[in-house]
Design a binder for this molecule. Structure first.
Ligand SMILES: [Mg+2]
Ligand SMILES: [Zn+2]
Length: 195
């Protein structure tokens, strides 16, 4: 059993875009822009041995506003640029009544079962309150990127940026004796600096 970091996509890994003044998902590749610093931030987690998953709601598929082939192309680009183990997207809308649309935890539970993830040692990082509710429902610790459009409700931690979230996760790793033991030969940096 290994711990994982589950990452929301829009507003976390790719730059948030606004439609009618609200944060929205890209509908074309020209709107899909990787967040600066995301490759380096995720590389720090990968180097420390964390499994990395993307879990994203994409209801524009169900609404007929996003072509599945465009979404697939976005995710090929994401997988090319970032050290990810798997990307899951929920294509449904509320009316579909699925178990995977966040805040429901279906995508996390599915990944946990297939990759043997210990959810109680894992993290969910996102920008929306529903990401926090989802992570909590799955039994993970939750970290929210503080934005004008979110409230911190359901978040265990609130930070300014993805890099700060990664630093929090790595701090938790080093504070967990089981994990420090498991990855004893990889302990460096923070411990050497006296943390
Ligand atoms: Mg988001
Ligand atoms: Zn779904």
């Amino acid at each position: 059993m290994r711990p994982a970091v589950f990452l929301d996509r829009d507003g976390v890994l790719n730059t948030v875009i606004y439609r009618d003044g609200r944060p929205a998902s890209p509908r074309g590749l020209e709107e899909f822009v990787l967040e600066p610093g995301a490759p380096e931030a995720l590389a720090r987690l990968r180097d420390a041995g964390w499994l990395l998953f993307v879990v994203t709601n994409q209801p524009d598929i169900s609404r007929g506003l996003l072509q599945p082939s465009i979404l697939a192309a976005m995710h090929r680009e994401l997988a090319r640029c970032l050290p990810l183990d798997e990307i899951l997207a929920c294509p449904h809308d509320d009316a579909d009544g699925c178990t995977c649309r966040k805040p429901r935890p279906g995508m996390l539970l599915d990944l946990a079962r297939r990759w043997r993830v210990s959810l109680d040692r894992s993290f969910m990082i996102g920008d929306q309150d529903r990401d926090m509710q989802c992570g909590r429902a799955a039994g993970c610790a939750t970290i929210q990127l503080a934005r004008p459009y979110n409230t911190g409700q359901g978040a265990d931690h609130r930070v300014a940026c993805l890099d700060a979230a990664v630093t929090l996760v790595l701090g938790a790793e080093f504070s967990d004796p089981r994990r420090t033991q498991l990855h004893g030969d990889r302990v460096h940096g923070p411990l050497a600096a006296g943390d």
